[in-house]
Design a protein around this ligand. Structure first.
Ligand code: FAD
Ligand code: FES
Length: 292
């Protein structure tokens, strides 16, 4: 299993300092304070060359304000890159207020992706459990789409989604398509209105209720608040899934995105270069350490 930890960061293939100019062509409101931008490369030849893997991120630069790491949530048929963003600070608020027509800078893609290719190369029809909390669905969306596109390479695929309320659920318009592609989508919210017919409670409850016939060859990939991912891992291990089959993606403040500045350091790991996707046992002992 060791080679899975050595999959390369795709950053090695391009100039990590090169910033491309992109223009926001469409903005989709997702939930309170959360929106998806679709951005087109101003130089179409660069857009044609740009390739990314599920789980990677870009550094988005709001002119005169700064850069923020944002996961790649997908791309459109026109090749426009999609990023789903929560407006929390200076850069993300600037992107929110910029809207359609705003020009911004983009460096990337950075980071090690989800190990989907490795899983399908080493296991026939492995079962997959994708667990997302809130905006944590953004870095999992391309992964879900890639799984759906090669559905016959995998066994049972469960997509478990948790959010604070129904209004906070992301990409609701895509869920029925995922169901049609034989992905078992299940949703829970912390609090629902009286007419809410879905589950209520934390997302780990959905994992605990799952029928998992082949835990040793079941892989879990999760993104959300760190406390949620720790409970997902605990619950998965309790269901017989090996710790080495559990994958998480981590966030820390980033600056260079290529392992030089130390901003994103977690224990001995640089999240930008060795992550953001990690095998759970690589980082479990560091997950209680807060950034500063
Ligand atoms: C690999 C990676 C992928 C990421 N992908 C996404 C993504 O797809 N979408 C997205 O919206 N963000 C994503 N982030 C988080 C994003 O990079 C940070 O939220 C970033 O700091 C925002 O920049 P800012 O200048 O707007 O906020 P800052 O000015 O840097 O921060 C303002 C305040 O917001 C707080 N804050 C920072 N992040 C969060 C948060 N996530 N929730 C609540 N408060 C926060 C900070 O502690 C600070 O107090 C990702 C981060 C990493 C490392
Ligand atoms: S952001 Fe500079 S080392 Fe990771």
């Amino acid at each position: 299993m060791s080679d899975i930890l050595e999959r390369p960061a795709v950053v090695d293939r391009h100039d990590p300092w090169k910033m491309s100019s992109v223009t926001i062509r469409r903005v989709q409101h997702e939930s309170s304070g959360v929106f998806t931008i679709e951005a087109e490369f101003d130089d179409p030849s660069f857009g044609k060359k740009f390739q990314f893997a599920p789980g990677q991120f870009n550094m988005l630069y709001a002119p005169g304000v700064g850069e923020a790491a944002i996961s790649i949530a997908g791309s459109t048929e026109q090749g426009w890159l999609q990023h789903t963003i929560r407006a929390v600070g200076s850069v993300t608020r600037e992107l929110e207020s910029g809207g359609v027509g705003m020009q911004l800078g983009l460096r990337g893609p950075f980071g090690r992706p989800w190990p989907l290719d490795w899983i399908s190369a080493h296991h026939d029809a492995a079962d997959l459990v994708i667990v997302a909390g809130g905006i944590g669905l953004a870095p999992l969306r391309v992964l879900i789409e890639r799984i759906a596109a090669s559905r016959n390479r995998f066994g049972e695929v469960h997509v478990l989604l948790g959010a604070r309320s129904p209004a906070d659920l992301l990409y609701c318009q895509l869920h029925s398509g995922w169901l049609e592609q034989q992905l078992a989508v299940d949703v829970t919210v912390d609090r629902g209105p009286p007419d809410w017919k879905g589950h209520t409670g934390v997302v780990t409850l959905l994992l605990e209720r799952l029928d998992l016939p082949r835990p040793k060859t079941t892989f879990v990939m999760t993104c959300g608040p760190e406390v949620m991912m720790r409970y997902v891992a605990k619950s998965a291990i309790g269901r017989g899934i090996p710790e080495s089959n559990i994958w998480v993606t981590l966030e820390r403040n980033m600056n260079c995105a290529i392992g030089l500045c130390g901003h994103c350091q977690l224990g001995p790991k640089f999240i930008c270069r060795e992550g953001p996707v990690f095998r759970f046992d690589e980082v479990a002992s560091w997950l209680r350490v807060q950034e500063y």
